[in-house]
Design a binder for this molecule. Structure first.
Ligand code: N01
Length: 498
């Protein structure tokens, strides 16, 4: 075992090292990007396994009414595939899905995807990863890139009686488009980003809309203008204008948002809070409803919600905000703790995701039988969100403790691939055969991360999906600038190489 090995000429001549085989798991935004970057780096021996029948990940799965990305589309685009045709500043979900499909076709990624193939197990045996699919097929690879997503496994709430409801019930990420909504009584559970968009999109289509709120949300106003045909033509003619727009947006998000969330003392956060308070005060007329909608924690403690129309929607005559707490679901609707039965035809569970799953339920067995489930028994972690000790040549995109929240995860994935491909290069050039974060580096990183997490606004007193089992925020707790810097060049002394 060593941490810094001189290149070994014999190893460098090893054809398997020079042209290693990769398995990419997942054909969402990160998996498509992985395939493109592998090709660009000259690696041609790879396959992308995708359990579903189509690509797109989050954007394939979330098709609820009103879905859009709250990161401006010119920033939520691959840096090498800017799109002059985005319809709006914040494009709707179907447009984003079409964008990924288009990119995957243009870069020859689609032909590399094995659709309908779920990877059930990855085990590191005799220096290579043995891959087993749920259908019983096997494959082998020198490297695994797990691009399995973060917000992927729907969290179904433990509410008594969900199974006795006579109407239609489904999770926001499993929208049942067969269920008619026009003229129906629809209930929505949850007040996260998904619920807020659903309520705004549905209220004018349904007979009655009931929003079951457990926790109020701060909402910042957003402006979502459509791009004119002239603007699109300008973008097409002068792609550098899109590059400037992307760079300006990235800077504004980094400096005005991502970098300040990690410092609960930042005065910028007070400004964001004041904007949210003013939005509530000026938008909601009825004082009783206004107080029901007023959160008792600081804005940005939970992921900040951007909306141009939620407050209007919830004030419509056919909308009702219920914050009495759900007692149970019955055949005819939802009974709240005050004894009232809210009769419904459709119940939407906009109740978020199981964010501690990451690559699981896939079974991952590393070196000497080290099981990822056991390594993560107290909660998931990864060195710089990409590598776990004892899992050599296994890298994660959007793994635990990475930057999440109101930020472009495309930018995050691009930076992570820059980093991962440098680790791969270390192996390909004969520097070593196996590379993964060392335990001492992992432990140091975890200790520093937990200390920093306490200073972030996410730890300022609210419940959210950012909080891990130990009560601390799990997201990257330093500035985004620091993340970008870390991703430029791996510190090889933090890796165990063999
Ligand atoms: O899920 P959430 P989401 N009884 O976890 C409530 C991204 N995203 O799907 O706050 C009653 O945020 C829960 O209540 P509470 C984005 O990163 C982006 O909306 O825990 N209520 C909460 O209100 C986002 O953050 C976009 O008290 C229950 C809600 O359900 C992430 O996805 C759009 C409950 C869950 O909110 C997740 O958003 C959509 C129960 N038993 C999603 N259990 C955009 O870019 C849970 N809740 C716009």
């Amino acid at each position: 075992m060593d941490t810094e090995t001189e290149p070994d000429v014999n190893r460098a001549e090893d054809p398997a090292r020079k042209q290693p085989r990769f398995v990419v798991i997942g054909a969402g935004m990160s998996g498509i990007l992985s395939a493109i970057e592998l090709q660009k780096a000259g690696f041609d021996d790879f396959v992308v396994y995708e359990k579903a029948d189509t690509l797109g990940g989050t954007w394939r799965e979330n098709t609820y009414p009103g879905i859009a990305c709250d990161v401006p589309s010119h920033f939520y685009s691959y840096s090498f595939e800017l799109n002059p045709d985005w319809s709006h500043r914040f494009a709707p979900g179907a447009e984003i899905q079409a964008y990924f499909e288009g990119v995957a076709h243009r870069y020859g990624v689609v032909e590399r995807i094995r659709f309908g193939t779920e990877v059930a197990r990855c085990a590191f045996e005799e220096g290579r990863w043995r891959i087993e699919t749920a259908a019983g097929e096997s494959d082998a690879a020198d490297f695994v890139i797990a691009a399995t997503g973060v917000l992927h496994h729907p969290a179904i709430p433990q509410i008594e009686g969900l199974d006795v409801f006579e109407g239609a019930v489904f999770h926001s990420a499993r929208w049942d488009h067969e269920v008619p909504l026009e003229g129906r009584r629809v209930g929505v559970v949850g007040t996260g980003s998904s619920a807020i968009q659903i309520v705004s999109a549905l209220v004018d289509r349904v007979a009655r809309l009931t929003l079951f709120q457990r926790t109020a949300q701060w909402i910042t106003p957003m402006d979502n203008p459509a791009y004119t045909e002239q603007e699109k033509a300008e973008f097409r003619e002068h792609p550098e204008a899109m590059e400037t727009l992307r760079a300006d947006t990235a800077r504004a998000f980094t400096e005005g948002f991502a970098n300040v969330l990690v410092d609960a003392e930042s005065p910028v956060l007070d400004g964001i809070h004041a904007t949210c308070v003013a939005n509530l005060e000026s938008s909601v007329k009825d004082p009783e409803l206004r107080e029901k909608l007023r959160p008792d924690y600081r804005a940005t403690c939970k992921r900040l919600i951007l909306s141009e129309d939620f407050y209007d929607a919830i004030q419509r005559p056919n909308a009702r905000l219920v914050n009495e707490g759900i007692e149970r679901v019955e055949a005819k609707g939802v009974r709240t703790r005050d004894g009232e039965l809210h009769e419904l035809d459709v119940l939407v569970l906009a109740t978020g995701f199981r964010v501690d799953r990451f690559v699981r339920p896939m079974e991952v067995i590393g070196r000497d039988g080290a099981a990822l489930d056991a390594i993560w028994q107290d909660g998931p972690f990864a060195y710089l969100a990409t590598s776990v000790p004892d899992l050599p040549n296994f890298f994660m995109l959007q793994g635990p403790n990475g930057p999440v929240g109101n930020f472009s995860l495309i930018d995050v994935a691009e930076l992570q691939l820059t980093y991962i491909l440098q680790l791969v290069e270390r192996v390909r050039s004969g520097g070593c055969r196996e590379i993964s974060a060392s335990w001492p580096a992992m432990e140091r990183f975890e200790a520093e991360r937990r200390e920093a997490a306490k200073k972030t606004v996410w730890a300022s007193g609210c419940r959210s999906w950012y909080i891990g089992a130990d009560g601390l925020p799990t997201a990257w707790p330093w500035t985004y600038d620091r993340f970008r810097e870390e991703m430029q060049r791996p510190r090889l002394e933090d890796f165990e190489t063999r």
